[in-house]
Design a protein around this ligand. Sequence first.
Ligand code: GPP
Ligand code: MG
Length: 294
Amino acid sequence: MKSKYIRMVRPVAWIVFLLPFSLGFGIGATKNTDPFHIIFALIAFASWMSFSFMLNSLSDKDVDKFHDGRAKDMNLSNQPFVTGEISEKTALYLALILVIISLFFAWLVNYLFFTLFIIANIIGYIYSMPPTRFKTKPITDILCNALAAGAALIAGLSIGGTNMNLLFIIGSFIAASVFYIPTVVTDYDFDKKAGLTTSAVFFGPKKILMALYPLTFVILAIFTFVFLTTNFELKISSLIIIVYTLIFVIASNIKFKDGRLYAHENWIFVPFILLSVGYFIYGFLKIADLIGIP
Ligand code: GPP
Ligand code: MG
């Protein structure tokens, strides 16, 4: 079995926030971007994710013990707060150290990046921890994830500082909600059994899935407009988001049967990791001045 610390912070699950972050980095980078800023940004990102996911593991220990291993990056009943391998006191010390590292390195990148990382760490905390524990409340569960993805996107863009297009950012925020909603529908039985009133439990799986239609329509409208009015990089990215959102929404509907959605995690993980790697490589090539922008 993987190390208890890896099972605590769940690096595979970070992929969902790595995509907006690398997308921002890729299209925001220029040949003048300082390579050290990328290293600082990545340390800040990894610490923020470790902080958020370890607090999630800690606060979910009484729920995760019932997990059957389905639809997640790991079987959550093996997480170290369920098995008792890491104490709550150690966890709280580690969380404090991680948030300090995250904010220190974020501060070395730029002020906007730093401000966004303060917000991102606060969202990571209030999403999982009492008294807010927004992951168990309707609407706020979706909002926290979409806002954190939006913050990651803008922070990524700020490293190089170009392509800060407001409509593109708003569209990406809505797209993040669309990608989150089917995952909360997949969690429906697990969350209901645990007594959590997530958006899927509150509105019902069918109704919350219906919300994907108007949201997808807004996404299509926004990214078509961005596609028609902006430069090459934003055009290509808009096209990728449109195509992937359509495939994802159609696939979620096809897989929705008898009021249940059994969507395999790879519908998100595989495209997200491929796109993240692609955007990182693209950003590095621009910084090394190996490709120019048409
Ligand atoms: C998983 O939440 C944890 C996160 C999404 C980290 C939160 C970080 C943010 C910055 C919002 P979960 O408990 O809803 O899902 P799982 O059952 O996979 O742990
Ligand atoms: Mg959890």
